[in-house]
Design a protein around this ligand. Sequence first.
Ligand SMILES: Nc1ncnc2c1ncn2[C@@H]1O[C@H](COP(=O)(O)OP(=O)(O)OP(=O)(O)O)[C@@H](O)[C@H]1O
Ligand SMILES: [Mg+2]
Length: 508
Amino acid sequence: MAEAAHLLQVTRLQKSYNVPVLLDFSFSLRSGEVHALVGSNGAGKSTFAKILCGLTPADGGEIRLAGLPHAPASKRAAEHAGVIMVLQELNVIGTLSVAENIFLNRLPCRAGFVQRSRLHESARAALARVGLGDLDPATPAGALGVGHQQLVELAGALSRNCRVLILDEPTAALTDPEIERLFGHLRKLRQEGVGIIYVSHRMDEIKRIADRITVMRDGRAVATHLSVDVTPDCLVREMVGHELPERGGLSERPAGPVALSVRNLSAGDQVRDVSFTLRQGEILGIAGLIGSGRTETLRAIFGADVKSGGETFVDGKAVKILCPTDALLAGIGLMPEDRKQDGLLMPQSIRVNTTLNTLVRYARAGGWLDTGAEERTTEAYRQRLQISCNSVEQAVGELSGGNQQKVVVARWLARDCRILLFDEPTRGIDVAAKQTMYELLRELAGEGKAVLVVSSELEELMSLCDRLLVMSQGCISAEFTPGEWTQEKITRAAFSGHLDRKVESHPS
Ligand SMILES: Nc1ncnc2c1ncn2[C@@H]1O[C@H](COP(=O)(O)OP(=O)(O)OP(=O)(O)O)[C@@H](O)[C@H]1O
Ligand SMILES: [Mg+2]
């Protein structure tokens, strides 16, 4: 059988910033194919995607789209050619409505006025395609959690006329049922002949959705496989260039006294009467669907959102937490899910960003800052978290998405809180670095810290946690210990609130 003609043909693409990022990178995409791109943090995946969609020019090499040269000078030009991308970093504009975000640059106008009813009607249709049919298109996008924002971005992409769709970690904040729904749409697009480039760190889902998989390492394509021919282990080996050390099993840590106790916590209608305890030396996980109230629970404990009721006890003593400063004084730290909101200073160095919250430690008499000590601390975290960069003086804005994430983690670790709340700590982090991150969290627990982890990846929670809570519709719907949990039981608990309340949006 003759091979389907290539929709996209990339030959020996070159790109450097100060150092080479893409080196002779070649790649092809057929129409009606999902071609996954995997590689460690900093391998060059997003850079390739940005070149395709006109955000940055290549230095050399050639791209052909349906046989014609493709060198878009802008995102608009790329979209005009039918190359649409959903970026790794969220790009919704918080102050605009959901509908405006979906149709940004394409607002339906008559005589210079936006036709709001037409806009909302189209937006509703686009939202229904990603399973958000119930969402009011007039909602400000900033009011949504990261998972929902990601779906809004997808809705925007899917509502365009596209030949090549590039998804850069589209599922990083999505949970399994939402991922299934997304895959349903991708399969439909594939049938319509759209070529899809799919970047992700989740090997299992790549195996499920991709037809072919290309592994990138240090800016080169090191291998391309048919998805059916390759195992996740093999992909990981090719990504890192060597065998990964054996995973440590669940270590037995004696749980200490209760460090944090939350009783009847409520906040808006997202957190309803939540009670739990967290012990010193324990890693407690929270699972649940997007919008189940996991993030809101952490934010309410930390004082980032207003509580409408409930009490918090630290080491058995009642504490009043009205704002994040109160929480920090009580020894509670929160690493939020939204990195941009967390205020990474993009033009500033890794060093400055890492020590930002702990500067007093480096202040010396006479108003001097001991940058040497700062550098040593940052260097230690760089090595521990395997942050790939030129030096700790490199601007954070120049790092790859996963490496930016590691800087956020470093900053929170440097803070040395006794009770640590992590919201999606490994979002966007590659397979090898995830293992390091798990070891780090285990070490922290080993030192007696109390660790709470919200994650959308069930496997991650199951391999990391000593105990697991499941949230559904703002309530804790189940609690499991390692012997008791199965993926199925947890998923059922995650949906239980929906079933009880007969919300019609639960999946079939
Ligand atoms: N604007 C820039 N200036 C300097 N270097 C940059 C810039 N953008 C990217 N880089 C570098 O290019 C390399 C590749 O980055 P890229 O974002 O393509 O990686 P990635 O494969 O998408 O990684 P991740 O999995 O972490 O998202 C990184 O080493 C990064 O530091
Ligand atoms: Mg990237």
